[in-house]
Write a protein that binds this ligand. Structure first.
Ligand SMILES: Nc1ncnc2c1ncn2[C@@H]1O[C@H](COP(=O)(O)OP(=O)(O)OP(=O)(O)O)[C@@H](O)[C@H]1O
Ligand SMILES: O=P(O)(O)OC[C@H]1O[C@H](OP(=O)(O)OP(=O)(O)O)[C@H](O)[C@@H]1O
Ligand SMILES: [Mg+2]
Length: 280
């Protein structure tokens, strides 16, 4: 059985479980269950703290897992990222009192609070900065006001936590993070490939829509430039020999722009439908 680690709490847990369920796997009914066996798919899910997932997967105790790229790097585990899952996006940044710091080298000799000491320590070392790390469990933005640090390094999503504390981002981006699928460097085989393909299919179904339209044959080339699809658009004959029907996949976020452009080119009867599931 393929052993898969899933976040049991925190920002990544709901979407990770939703994606697995959309990919056809059995989820947990009891929110406190620590593991669930999905016999039909030959997978056992282990619900673990996101911070611990890279440790379990890196040790080979579990085959694959869903966690954050920042947590994977922080753990310094030998697990490897095998796919980006396109949710839980954040950046990892330094922040301090407005005007106090302008560049990375200003951190020499100061105290930096973080709950990602592995990630931040490695970044500072790579960049030749000698700062004192203060390791905290969370809510690190309070560390400056409370006097235990001069700067912080933390996850920034909307930036509202930093703003609320009156702190200002400075210095380079430490990391762009997202939820990722990780595997033990030794894990391979059909189970992992199937899981990866299924999750990829969920991403495609979430990110793309299907667009259908009719267009005069003489305008086909211009129209298919707007909707080139993933491989190539499907073009079908219509009863009227001067018109064809076209079907193509389009990024969901571009839908309305694409419809406007198609209409301007001369396409008509433009219909958009959602994709329920996909295997690309
Ligand atoms: N506000 C956020 N928006 C998006 N992703 C986030 C956010 N906060 C944390 N993450 C991501 O979630 C992962 C951290 O998981 P974690 O379980 O620690 O989440 P959490 O929300 O901090 O939970 P908790 O603080 O309750 O432990 C990291 O990969 C991080 O990049
Ligand atoms: O940029 P924002 O949208 O404000 O999000 C960033 C905040 O979210 C996370 O905090 P969380 O709620 O996980 O609390 P924690 O610091 O205790 O982990 C993170 O540690 C930041 O503090
Ligand atoms: Mg947190």
């Amino acid at each position: 059985m393929l052993k898969v680690a899933v976040p049991n709490k925190g920002s990544l847990s709901d979407t990770a479980s939703e994606m697995l369920s959309e990919a056809g796997y059995v989820g947990r009914r009891d929110p406190r269950a620590l593991n669930v066996r999905d016999e039909r798919n030959g997978v056992e899910f282990f619900y673990l703290r996101p911070r611990d997932i890279a440790t379990y997967v890196g040790s080979g105790a579990l085959d694959v897992g869903i966690t954050g790229r920042d947590l994977l790097l922080d753990s310094q585990s030998p697990a490897v990222e095998i796919a980006s899952l396109d949710f839980g996006g954040s950046t990892f940044r330094f922040a301090g009192a407005p005007g106090r710091f302008t560049e990375l080298s200003d951190l020499n000799g100061v105290r930096v609070a973080t709950s990602y000491a592995g990630l931040v320590g490695a970044f500072l070392e790579r960049n030749g900065v000698d700062a004192e790390l203060v390791s905290l469990d969370g809510a690190v933005e309070s560390a400056i006001r409370l006097g235990v640090a001069d700067a912080v390094a933390d996850v920034v999503s909307t930036g509202s936590t930093l703003r609320a504390q009156g702190l200002e981002i400075f210095g380079p981006v430490i990391l762009d993070s997202t939820a990722v699928l990780i595997s033990s460097s030794t894990a391979e085989g059909d189970g992992v490939a199937t899981l990866q393909r299924r999750l990829q299919g969920v991403l495609v179904a979430r990110q793309f829509v299907l667009i259908d339209y009719d267009v005069p044959v003489r305008l086909l080339e211009a129209a298919t430039k707007v909707t080139p699809g993933i491989e190539s658009p499907t073009v079908s004959p219509l009863q009227d020999p001067e018109w064809v029907a076209v079907r193509s996949m389009v990024r969901r976020k571009d839908t309305n722009h694409v419809m406007d452009e198609l209409y301007a080119v001369g396409a008509r009867a433009i219909l958009v439908s959602t994709i329920h599931a996909a295997r690309i």
